[in-house]
Design a protein around this ligand. Structure first.
Ligand code: DC
Length: 224
């Protein structure tokens, strides 16, 4: 059976996970959050006492790490580090930073690539990340590049952190987003950029419903 794939790339806080999740639910596809995989490795590096930004400290850890993705139970993507469910733990702001740093290491990207491609070989997927349309699934059936203004992304991230019960002030979140954008876009290995054949969608000033409506229209046009 030929499986369909939709790649959604874009900077932090553009609404990728919300949109991808909603789209996957509508289409009956599996939602694969690839950032969660990098976050899990970032958590592992921190737990191991390694500096996630130093490849010399990270590379030797790769042989001993056990990262697993599981959709059993509630149908949502759970991340496991060994036997431990770290789905919630990887959302902490310090893990966002560790994931961004660790994801700039080429050996890390190669190491995690197969796990991502394997999901697309076995399921219809909506996969979100930074390099899905450019590197992980260059043959994806549809590629979307989702953006929003930096200020709006910071506001959304603040609301999300507040909802999780871990509020962080706006200025700190904004500075963090600017720093992560810079690192994710300017790294040598698979930087964040729009694939040539991706459809750009700017969600600034749009409600979730409006953004989802636009995406569903794009999907319908491509798949009909
Ligand atoms: O989407 P996110 O914020 O959960 O991702 C965390 C970090 O992981 C982000 O700063 C960049 C990195 N990442 C990546 O380099 N490639 C991906 N496909 C997904 C995430």
């Amino acid at each position: 059976m030929e499986y369909k794939s939709i790649a959604i790339d874009g900077p932090s806080g553009a609404g990728k996970s919300t949109m991808a999740k909603a789209l996957a639910a509508r289409l009956g596809f599996l939602y694969v959050d690839t950032g969660a995989i990098y976050r899990t490795l970032g958590l592992f590096a921190r737990n191991s006492g390694a500096d996630p930004g130093d490849w010399r400290q990270v590379e030797p850890l790769l042989a001993g790490v056990s990262i697993r993705m599981d959709y059993a139970g509630d149908g949502l993507q759970h991340m496991y580090l060994g036997d431990e469910d770290v789905t919630e733990a990887i959302r902490r702001p310090e893990i966002s930073d560790a994931a961004s740093k660790i994801s700039a290491i080429p050996e890390v990207r190669t190491f995690l690539m197969e796990m991502q491609r394997d999901m697309a070989r076995r399921h219809h997927v909506v996969m979100d990340g930074r390099d899905i349309g450019t590197v992980v699934l260059p043959e994806a059936d549809l590629k979307i590049f989702l953006t929003a203004s930096t200020q709006e992304r910071a506001r959304r991230r603040c609301a999300e952190l507040q909802q999780r019960g871990t509020p962080v002030d706006y200025e700190t979140v904004l500075a963090d987003i600017i720093e992560r954008d810079d690192r994710d876009s300017n790294r040598a290995a698979a930087p964040l950029r729009q694939a040539e054949d991706a459809i750009p969608v700017d969600t600034s000033g749009k409600s979730l419903e409006e953004s989802l409506r636009i995406l569903l229209q794009v999907v319908e046009e491509r798949f009909s």
